[in-house]
Design a protein around this ligand. Structure first.
Ligand SMILES: [Zn+2]
Length: 399
């Protein structure tokens, strides 16, 4: 295996639309050395090596591009989309972020073994840092459809996850390269809105069946829209600090949570983040009585209506847990207090306590018939616009 590494390669000489590496030598003919060795041109396993021309991007980039091209030699010519910097053979919507291998990649090379759970009973599993220990939980819904669960802790330079905690991936086409991998981002799936006039993209309303910030990508009027700056408010397409499940942000991944564990194999299960044990995190995986056993998922606020009224109406999506009992609505800023309890059949509350002169932050939590409380929803920020005489609101990512 020959690694051909250029440095100070002029930009204009980048080949093939500016790729900085290739699992191909692009030689016009094979080279015979004096001692009788043949160096083959040709791609992947047919060629004798790989090349990269990324020197100007620095050592780290050079290192991971070389690893990426070598990985093509091992896996094949394709790429895994939508996994950003959480895999080595990643591809769009954001490129050039290859880092430590995804657990799907490592296991394919037989470097690790998955921890499988039985699909007919409840289990408790404790996971240590994935990158440094290789711990990975697998829920094999079927031969070709899995869930893989990794804990990321950012203790290795190969780990470029933007968040710390439990990453859940839905894998389809699991037995072939490239698999389809969806990061089940803890900040949920959304409807996204493109404004072609201003060439901007924004999240509008939570939608379990929608896309998330790492896999939304659309081309419209010759412009690419994904969650990166230029068209979006931030660079969440590379991941952000709300992607991992943990004890305080999002602790339930169930068939009715957002994101949801609904799958093609129709296997119903819930993952509950149970506790932190030192650096490890223990998880409960439920297949039996999943709603009776677990807390409800955190509610999803839709927005406010009657924005010109001094008492606008807060709306949220109804939770779908069959044992749900109701919701608690709280102001957390400027003064922390509970402002309402409503029954499960309602999904709105008239806000009579808003402050006209400050930012109002409001949260909704849910509780079930066993009095288990969900985490608080993401916050809605509500401010009075005195010029337009109306309330303006923003759905925040944090809770
Ligand atoms: Zn590649």
């Amino acid at each position: 295996m020959v690694f051909l590494i250029y440095r100070n390669f002029a930009n204009k000489l980048f080949y093939n639309q500016g790729w900085t590496g290739s699992a191909h030598f692009y030689m016009t003919k094979n080279i015979e050395t004096n001692d009788g060795v043949t160096i083959n041109t040709g791609r992947l396993h047919k060629g004798s090596g790989i090349q990269q021309r990324a020197g100007k991007h620095g050592f780290d980039y050079t290192k991971y591009i070389s690893a990426h091209e070598f990985a093509h030699f091992l896996f094949g010519g394709g790429h895994i989309r939508n996994v950003t910097n959480l895999s080595l053979l990643n591809a769009g919507p954001v490129w050039n972020e290859s880092r430590g291998m995804h657990s799907w990649e490592r296991e394919k090379l037989d470097w690790i073994n998955f921890i499988d759970v039985p699909l007919d009973k409840n289990s408790t599993i404790t996971l240590d840092d994935y990158i440094t220990t290789g711990d990975v939980l697998r829920i094999p819904v079927s031969k070709n459809e899995w869930y893989l669960v990794e804990k990321h802790q950012n203790i290795s330079s190969h780990d470029w996850a933007k968040d710390e905690g439990i990453y859940i991936y839905h894998i389809q086409n699991a037995n072939r390269f490239p698999p389809t991998i969806t990061i089940e981002c803890a900040d949920g799936n959304w409807d996204f809105k493109i404004d072609t006039k201003t060439q901007t993209l924004r999240k509008s309303t939570p939608n379990k069946k929608g896309k998330n910030e790492t896999n939304f990508s659309q081309r419209k009027n010759k412009t690419n829209y994904a969650c990166y700056k230029k068209v979006y408010g931030d660079n969440s397409a590379w991941g952000d600090k709300y992607d991992a499940f943990d004890l305080t942000y999002n602790n339930i991944f169930s068939p009715v949570s957002n994101p949801s564990s609904k799958n093609i194999g129709k296997k119903e299960f819930t993952i509950e983040i149970k506790e932190k044990v030192g650096n490890k995190v223990s998880l409960n995986i439920y297949f039996e009585d999943i709603y009776q056993n677990t807390l409800p998922s955190k509610p999803q606020i839709v927005g406010i209506e009657n924005v010109h009224s001094i008492t606008p109406t807060l709306k949220w999506f109804q939770n779908e847990e069959p044992d749900l009992d109701g919701y608690t609505i709280s102001i957390v800023q400027p003064i922390k207090k509970t402002i309402g309890n409503v029954r499960k059949t309602s999904n709105e509350l008239k806000l009579t306590n808003l402050n006209l002169f400050a930012e109002n932050l409001i949260s909704v939590s849910s509780f079930d018939t066993d009095n288990n409380n969900s985490l608080g929803s993401n916050l809605i920020s509500i401010k009075w616009n005195n010029t337009k005489k109306e309330w303006n609101y923003t759905l925040l990512e944090r809770n």
